[in-house]
Design a protein. Structure first.
Length: 217
């Protein structure tokens, strides 16, 4: 009836007014932005909500500077590409899972590389393995600018997943440095304590005694 027609028209009018047409290929960026905001895109990148995971104490885990920078970069990327809050959450969940998998794989590489390094060095050094490793540590610490920079250096990852400090070539080199450094220190200690002088005096006495007996030295 005419009455039903008018009623349906009145119902449809606000729905039609609220309708946002899907932009086309020739639409302007602001038309696309308006469309996506109507379907859930936040007004600005900073408006995306982030729910930090909770730690063992039940409190949200604080982000470090690197994680904060990554989060802000992802917010900017999400807003530029018209993510809704739901899409933002899904994308962030995927990235976090991907990072966890990468870290697990990286830790596995480090462990395998370390085990291979130990195997190689034990095969070469045999019973002197522990002593040579200790000498390598002493050599690195003795000549490094400071402890922190040395720790940072030996923990740097190489392309194959091995840490710098686990590389057999570096450890062999540092073992020689450590042994030489230890020998120099022993000589210095001898001189400081007067032990070197007494040793030399004993050598001189034995040489003199051998000469008196007609024995060559």
């Amino acid at each position: 009836t005419d009455k039903d027609f008018v009623k349906s028209t009145l119902i449809m009018r606000p729905q039609f007014d609220a309708r946002v047409p899907v932009p086309g290929d020739k639409s302007k960026p602001e038309e696309w932005d308006k469309y996506f905001q109507r379907v859930g895109k936040p007004a600005g990148a900073t408006d995306y909500k982030y729910n930090a995971p909770k730690g063992e104490d039940g409190k949200p885990v604080a982000l470090d500077d690197a994680d904060t920078a990554r989060l802000e970069a992802f917010k900017a990327h999400a807003h530029k590409n018209h993510f809704t809050q739901k899409q933002f959450d899904a994308g962030l969940e995927f990235l976090e899972q991907d990072i966890k998998q990468q870290n697990t794989h990286f830790e596995s590489q480090i462990s395998t590389a370390y085990e291979n390094s130990v195997k190689e060095l034990k095969a070469e050094w045999g019973p002197d393995y522990e002593a040579n490793v200790a000498a390598a540590v002493d050599g690195g610490v003795a000549y490094a600018p400071d402890e922190k920079s040395w720790v940072d250096f030996v923990n740097l990852p190489l392309a194959n997943g091995m840490r710098v400090g686990d590389h057999p070539t570096l450890l062999k080199t540092l073992a020689k440095v450590g042994r030489a450094s230890g020998e120099d220190q022993r000589v210095r200690n001898m001189h400081q304590s007067g032990e070197a002088d007494s040793v030399q005096a004993e050598i001189n006495r034995l040489e003199q005694e051998a000469g008196e007996k007609g024995m060559s030295t």
